[in-house]
Write a protein that binds this ligand. Structure first.
Ligand code: COA
Length: 277
């Protein structure tokens, strides 16, 4: 796989980037773009087999890769993964809090445990990563990028749990930017729109609706993992050295008209899917 990177090839030479949920989707796209500018990568995921496939691809791009099978909800496991990654690749310069869970469901049908699972993976898992990575980031005067979503600031039907989690992430990002600026640590988040080929799109876009949904996006297309990968490299680099506490929305303009049309389409499609035959 070739990456067209607009940055200097050695921008992250010898630096370590640690990515939770890094074995697939947007997060793997981010990993690829860091590999293209010389970074070494620590990736965490729940399934070792998926991590192995991702690592092979990243090594082909020239990166050293350290894989860690761990659940971000398990703090000691994440701490251990970060310790081991440091031993293999050196202290992390950039932390990407990308691990996330989602399933679309009407609020009155979400079980308390389903709601909690999403909060635990997205919000608590992001805190775990920041808390466990703090000492390394302090040492490198590094930075954190959280993967947020439009649901953080726009209500979407069937996304009550995700909206709560992502809004929490963005507010935590601002808190950490405020507190950790004194250590030279920058914190920002990215709110991607729908990204082509990801589990998120598979779960959230009803079959046959992609073209209709694309027409509702001002730029007329879904994003690509590279759209988010390039933005992540920019935010983590000295090019963004004075940017902290900011959410960057990279959604092709999806959220500008609000979520009404999207919500109506999704609700209609979901209702059709749930109709007894
Ligand atoms: N609809 C309704 N409830 C669901 C569900 C669905 N599609 N998927 C999971 N749940 C509920 C379960 O029923 C369970 O609640 P219960 O104990 O009251 O029955 C709860 O969520 C936890 O499910 P479980 O499968 O045990 O959790 P998990 O920790 O293994 O998985 C999820 C977490 C639910 C977020 C799962 O969807 C996941 O692992 N997602 C990761 C990948 C992903 O979502 N990627 C897209 C990111 S945008």
């Amino acid at each position: 796989m070739n990456i067209t990177s607009y940055f200097a090839k050695d921008l992250f030479q010898g630096k370590t980037v640690f990515i939770t949920g890094g074995s697939s989707g947007i997060n793997l796209g981010i990993a690829r773009n860091f590999a293209a500018v010389g970074a070494n990568l620590g990736i965490v995921g729940r399934a070792q087999a998926k991590l192995d496939v991702a690592a092979a691809e990243l090594r082909e791009l020239g990166a050293q890769v350290s894989t860690h099978s761990a659940d971000v909800r398990d703090y000691p496991a994440l701490e251990q993964a970060m310790r081991q990654c440091r031993e293999e690749l050196g202290p992390m310069h950039t932390l990407i809090c990308g691990a996330a869970g989602n399933f679309p469901l009407a609020a009155e049908q979400i079980s308390p445990n389903g709601f909690k699972s999403v909060l635990d993976i997205d919000l608590l898992g992001s805190f775990h990563a920041c808390r466990a990575g703090f000492e390394q980031l302090k040492e490198t005067q590094g930075n954190i990028i959280f993967i947020s979503a439009g649901q953080a600031f726009m209500p979407y039907a069937f996304q009550a749990h995700v909206g709560a989690a992502k809004a929490g992430i963005d507010q935590m990002m601002r808190n950490l930017a405020l507190e950790w600026g004194r250590f030279g640590i920058r914190c920002n988040s990215i709110a991607p729109g729908p990204i082509e080929g990801t589990e998120g799109v598979r779960r959230l876009v009803p079959e046959g609706s992609a073209d209709k949904l694309k027409k509702m996006i001002p730029l007329g297309r879904f994003g690509t993992p590279d759209d988010i990968g390039q933005l992540s490299v920019f935010l983590a680099s000295p090019l963004a050295g004075y940017i902290t506490g900011t959410r960057v929305v990279a959604d092709g303009g999806q959220n500008l008209p609000g979520s009404g049309a999207w919500t109506q389409l999704i609700m209609a499609e979901m209702a059709k899917a749930q109709k007894p035959q």
